[in-house]
Design a protein around this ligand. Structure first.
Ligand code: CU
Length: 232
C-alpha cells in the first residue's frame, strides 16, 4: 500500500514539475516586446506586415506577422506595447494570398473607430468577389472568401479581416521582411486601447498550411499568428 502511495506521489510530483518547466519555458522563450510609435498628440501608430512565409530560421515556411519598431526596423515579434486609453492607428501591409474564413462572422470589421477599416490593393484585384480593386475603400464587412488573416483581440471585441492578394499574382514575397514592391494589400484602422493590462490577440483564419485543420504550428505560436498587446 505504502509503495503504491509513494509511486502515485512521485508520478504526481513529476507531472507538476513538467508543467512548471513548460510554464517557465513559455514565459521565458517568447519574442521581445516592441513599442508602437507614440505621436505628438499621445496617440500611437502601429505598423505591421503579414507574410505567407517568414523565410528565415527557424520556421521559414510559416505564416507570420512582423512589426516596425520606432526606429523603422522590421522586427519579428507579436508582442506590442501600447499606451492605455489612447487611440492606436494601425497600418497592416498584407502580402499573403486569400484563404477564406471557416466562420463568416469574422468577415466583419468590429471594434474599430467608426466600425470600419480602409482597404487598398497594390498589384491585386478582389479575386472572385466581383468587386473592383480596393482603393482606399472603407468597409465594415468584406467577402468571407477574401481574408488571408484576421487581427482579432477577443477581450476588446476588436477584429479586422485582412484581405489577401490574388492567387493569380506572380509577384509574391517569400522572405520577410517584405519590401513594398511585392504584391500586397494595405489595411488601416484605428481603435482605442482600454486600461492597463495584457490582452491576447490572434489570427482566426485557418492559415497554418500543412497543419491539422490549418490551426497548428504558427497559429498556436506567439511570434507568428498570435501575440500580446501590453497596454500600460
Ligand atoms: Cu493567419
Amino acid at each position: 500500500m505504502r509503495v503504491r502511495l509513494l509511486a502515485v506521489a512521485a508520478t504526481f510530483a513529476a507531472l507538476i514539475a513538467l508543467v512548471a518547466v513548460y510554464v517557465v519555458y513559455f514565459l521565458e522563450s517568447g519574442p521581445p516586446a516592441v513599442a508602437a510609435v507614440i505621436n505628438r498628440d499621445g496617440s500611437a501608430s502601429l505598423t505591421l506586415q503579414v507574410v505567407g512565409s517568414y523565410g528565415n530560421h527557424p520556421f521559414p515556411d510559416w505564416v507570420s506577422y512582423l512589426v516596425k519598431d520606432p526606429s523603422g526596423k522590421w522586427r519579428h515579434t507579436t508582442i506590442w506595447k501600447l499606451p492605455a486609453h489612447e487611440l492606436v492607428h494601425v497600418t497592416v501591409y498584407q502580402f499573403d494570398s486569400q484563404t477564406g474564413l471557416r466562420n463568416n462572422f469574422l468577415a466583419q470589421v468590429r471594434g474599430t473607430v467608426g466600425g470600419v477599416a480602409t482597404y487598398t490593393d497594390v498589384g491585386n484585384t478582389g479575386k472572385g468577389s466581383g468587386l473592383p480593386p480596393y482603393n482606399n475603400t472603407s468597409l465594415s464587412v468584406i467577402p468571407p472568401s477574401e481574408p488571408a488573416h484576421t487581427f482579432t483581440v477577443p477581450d476588446l471585441d476588436l477584429s479586422v479581416p485582412l484581405v489577401g492578394i490574388s492567387d493569380s499574382t506572380s509577384n509574391v514575397c517569400a522572405v520577410a521582411p517584405c519590401p513594398m514592391h511585392f504584391a500586397h494589400t494595405t489595411i488601416s484602422f484605428s481603435f482605442r486601447t482600454p486600461g492597463a493590462g495584457t490582452y491576447r490577440w490572434q489570427c482566426f483564419v485557418p492559415c497554418a498550411f500543412a497543419f491539422l485543420y490549418g490551426f497548428g504550428g504558427p497559429m498556436q505560436t506567439i511570434g507568428y499568428m498570435d501575440g500580446l498587446l501590453e497596454v500600460a
